[in-house]
Design a protein around this ligand. Structure first.
Ligand SMILES: *Cc1c(COP(=O)(O)O)cnc(C)c1O
Length: 373
């Protein structure tokens, strides 16, 4: 089997055709020529599109190299998450969510509850979701969690869940398939917002669901058809184009995140530093057993809201913006949104692909320039 970089640059490419581009351009079509009986994949643009097909194959090759899986792309990460959840559960079922996951999960919880689904929550750390698993139809995991960066042991969670017939879905947004491959760890579904690190340029919203069970995936596909939460061909093509540099971006971002974390460690005024790649981080042991790269995101806390805001203003190479995983570093005071249980001075920092020395110098300068504020 080829290496990850080779796989990333070639993922999902069709057989070469003379005079055709290596990656065919986006196909803009609401409908396709279809005389006679409606057979074949391309009939109507809400069901299938050749540009999605290439991207879906590519993502599948990265999610589970050498295995037969099915991937479905969606208009956003939330479209993918909603499809995975709402296609699998109904009134009377039990779903276990993390209580420290993505900030829209509480809204998902409200909606599930309104539909008669019982929702239980527990923290990611310590595999605590297992304590409330009994009788659940589906276990939803987010590891590392966003923004707290706790991890759970996916293999252990899957073993316990499958022993009682519970499905396991993993939100793999933070890691991307180059950081972690949930299906190889036993999960039934790997779900992600590819708005973040997978596409990595902060210019499109897109998401996907990958799984190997045809029945599960048929239900997810049916949901996509009903809801129509489909990506545009341009977004799908841009996403595929971006995959060719995924390993390069991921390697640099991981190195930069580690360098920033190391520079912040023990720094006056910085507390609660978290990065799964730091050997003494509470997440490190399990992360090192199931992750291949530790990702672009770290978090830490400055003494006050004012200090955090001054720090963010003072940075010149890091944009004050939400989201993460992009080639340009971003950071934000997470508490400004409400919803996450974080201190006022809590910063979520996403390392980009800048030169490591430049990024670390900018962070340390901004910290010292605002130390007296
Ligand atoms: C951003 C994010 C989502 C939602 O993705 P969108 O593309 O914004 O819809 C879901 N899960 C995690 C962990 C995220 O960071």
């Amino acid at each position: 089997m080829v290496g990850e970089g080779t796989r990333a640059v070639r993922a999902g490419l069709p057989e070469p055709v003379k005079h055709e581009p290596t990656l065919p351009g986006p196909v803009f079509a609401a409908h396709f020529h279809l005389p006679g009986d409606p057979t074949g994949p391309y009939a109507y643009g809400r069901d299938e599109n050749p540009t999605w097909t290439h991207l879906e194959r590519a993502v599948g090759e990265l999610e589970a190299p050498g295995r037969k899986v099915e991937t479905l792309v969606f208009a956003s990460g939330m479209a993918a998450i909603s499809a995975a959840l709402f296609s699998q559960v109904g009134a009377g079922d039990i779903v276990v969510l993390p209580n420290d996951g993505y900030q829209v999960l509480p809204l998902v919880r409200e909606q599930l509850t309104a539909y008669g689904v019982e929702v239980r929550t527990a923290p990611t750390a310590g595999n605590a979701q297992l304590d409330v698993l009994e009788g659940a139809k589906l276990l939803w995991i987010e590891t590392p969690s966003n923004p707290g960066l706790d991890v759970c042991d996916v293999r252990a969670m899957v073993t316990a869940a499958h022993a009682q017939g519970t499905l396991v879905a993993v939100d793999n947004t933070l890691s991307t398939p180059l950081g972690q491959r949930p299906l190889e760890l036993g999960a039934d579904l790997s779900v992600a917002s590819d708005t973040k690190g997978l596409t990595g340029h902060g210019d499109i919203l897109i998401g996907h669901v990958t799984g190997s069970d045809p029945q599960l995936m048929a239900a997810v596909r049916r949901w996509r058809k009903i809801v129509g939460a489909i990506p545009g061909p341009m977004e799908a093509w841009l996403a595929h184009r971006s995959l060719a540099t995924l390993h390069l971006r991921n390697d640099r971002q991981t190195a930069n995140a580690l360098a920033v974390a190391e520079a912040l460690r023990g720094h006056n005024g910085v507390s609660g530093l978290r990065y799964p790649g730091l050997p003494d981080d509470p997440s490190h042991k399990i992360a090192s057993e199931q992750m291949r790269r530790y990702g672009s995101v770290l978090s830490f806390t400055l003494p006050s809201r004012a200090r955090a805001e001054a720090f963010l203003r003072s940075l010149s190479l890091v944009e004050d913006a939400t989201s993460f995983g992009g080639v340009r570093s971003t950071a934000e005071r997470r508490g400004r949104w409400g919803g996450d249980a974080v201190p006022e001075g809590f910063i979520r920092f996403s390392a980009g692909a800048e030169d490591t020395d430049d990024l670390v110098a900018d962070v340390l300068r901004a910290l010292s320039d605002t130390a007296g504020d």
